[in-house]
Ligand binder design. Structure first.
Ligand SMILES: Cc1cc2nc3c(=O)[nH]c(=O)nc-3n(C[C@H](O)[C@H](O)[C@H](O)COP(=O)(O)OP(=O)(O)OC[C@H]3O[C@@H](n4cnc5c(N)ncnc54)[C@H](O)[C@@H]3O)c2cc1C
Length: 456
């Protein structure tokens, strides 16, 4: 019997398992994960910390799903190596054989080290349910948190802490939030929102030393030589693909596992999908290495699963696309949204505008649209994604679309959409949709009731 093994019980792994079972009702499927929970909606973790949702709302699949689909689930098991010559994976307590293998191990937040941090493992970051529970517990005894970092996962942690009711001081090492995708004008809109919520931001500030008392965090000394007292310290660095266990395997890696568009590695029965991968076709030049990639992981899991059962499908989405919400502001970055080199032309129409927290821009290279950023209103994201994917010339873009995007006086709005609150997929809304109608998100399956806000 064909024996498919999947390492990682995140969105990429679970979508692959689902797809394999759909294509083949007889094969054996084993999912191995080192966390101890069934599949859950990771982007909802900040809400779990702040108590906006309870644990019940987090589950993407419950144990019945695995039983019903005859998927063997091995939780709390860490894979420590792969031996392709023997078709075996190595666990801490034994080996598992496979006929085809998917590596969907995602990434981990690596915290940078500061003097003092080695004294104690109390510094927090938010990646897993256990992290969320740990932070939630700490919040009960805390008045103030200090958080350092600059990309999305830092902002997610800050929001979670602030919504938990404690004071948050944000140390920003540079002068711009999430510089891989945001320019200064977009960053300014989000910074204003953070400040309105009471978050204090200290620009160009790093930690010089962590101050520990009685083996718990007591505060930090900043590079400005100021002592800031705090009971919670969040240090968030970029998400790094979990590939350490592959060093002896012969599976080719760079920053992630190298895969072709079929999600196949250099070994012909080993696939990889989700945050752990690096597509061989990724344009290296200016593409941001974004770590907000739920939908990408979801789609890659499906592609890998289909190919593992003998189908021939390819991943053909834009390499880097990222959608999320920060302080209630929708944000989508597609392709190269903040180029660091010259040679790009930026189209911003009426933006930035001092009175509104909406910002949109297109990035062109040799007249072709190679990137876009939409902040605060993402209605046109679907159409712009197609434009970028098709490498359309700017002059060939539908004028109505450009007018709606960039002309603030435009009242024409044939393009409707909003972000799914769970997985942040940009969902189109048809003209005849009414308040109270039900929409099912095709990415995460959540059923949503249409509200007036969604139709605006
Ligand atoms: C707080 C937070 C908020 C986020 N918000 C958004 C958002 O708004 N929008 C968005 O698009 N994305 C968001 N993301 C990112 C999104 O969750 C990830 O892109 C997505 O989960 C990647 O899925 P994956 O299946 O590739 O990896 P993961 O979800 O990381 O799953 C991989 C699994 O494999 C396990 N594993 C790793 N190594 C091993 C091993 N050696 N043996 C066994 N198991 C192993 C891991 O523990 C993990 O359970 C957010 C992430 C976080 C942490």
């Amino acid at each position: 019997m064909t024996n498919h093994v999947i390492i990682g019980n995140g969105v990429a792994g679970i979508k692959a398992a689902e797809t394999i079972r759909r294509n083949d009702s007889n094969c054996k499927i084993t999912v191995i994960g080192d966390e101890t929970y069934p599949f859950y909606y990771r982007p909802q973790l900040p809400k779990l910390v702040s108590g906006k949702i309870d644990e019940e709302k987090l589950w993407g699949k419950k144990s019945e799903f695995y039983e019903k689909n005859n998927i063997i689930l091995q939780l709390g098991k860490k894979v420590t190596g792969i031996i392709p010559d023997k078709n075996e994976i190595v666990l801490t307590d034994g080996v598992v054989r496979y006929s085809s293998l998917l590596i969907a191990t995602g990434g981990s937040i690596k915290s940078r080290k500061y003097p003092g941090s080695e004294l104690n493992g109390e510094v927090v970051a938010l990646k897993t349910i256990d992290d969320a529970k740990n932070i939630k517990e700490k919040v009960k005894h805390a008045k103030r948190a200090v958080v350092i970092g600059e990309d999305f996962l830092t902002l997610a942690l800050i929001e979670a802490l602030q919504n938990s009711g404690i004071e948050v001081i944000y140390l920003l090492p540079g002068d711009c939030l999430w510089p891989e995708i945001l320019d200064k004008d977009a960053s300014y809109i989000l910074e204003l929102k953070l400040k309105q919520k009471g978050i204090k931001i200290l620009h160009n500030t790093d930690i010089k030393e962590i101050v520990i008392k009685n083996r718990t965090v007591h505060g930090v000394i900043s590079t400005g030589e100021t002592f800031i007292e705090c009971q919670i310290l969040g240090v968030v660095d970029k998400l790094q693909p979990n590939i350490d266990f592959l060093s002896e395997s012969g599976i080719k890696t760079d920053t992630g596992i190298l895969v072709n568009n079929k999600m196949l590695t250099n070994i012909d029965n080993i696939y990889a999908a989700g945050d752990v991968t690096q597509l061989l076709t990724d344009p290296s030049e200016e593409s941001p290495k974004i770590n907000v990639r739920w939908l990408k992981a979801w789609r890659q899991g499906q592609i890998a699963g289909a190919n593992m059962t003998g189908k021939q499908t390819e991943y053909d989405d834009i390499a880097c696309i990222s959608s999320t919400q920060i302080c209630g502001i929708d944000l989508i970055s597609i392709g190269t949204s903040n180029p660091l080199n010259n040679g790009y032309k930026i189209i911003r129409g009426d933006y930035p505008h001092p009175e509104i927290d909406v910002y949109k821009k297109l990035v062109l290279k040799n007249d072709k649209v190679v990137g876009a950023l939409l902040v605060g209103n993402v209605l046109e994201a679907g159409e712009i994604t197609k434009v970028i994917k098709n490498r359309t010339n700017y002059s060939e873009i539908d004028e109505t679309l450009l007018k709606q995007m960039f002309d603030l006086n435009s009242r024409i709005s044939p393009f409707h959409g909003f972000l799914c609150p769970v997985c942040k997929l940009s969902l189109p809304i048809s003209q005849d949709t009414k308040v109270g109608d039900k929409i099912t998100c095709p990415a995460c399956g959540i059923e949503l009731t249409v509200t007036e806000r969604m139709l605006r």
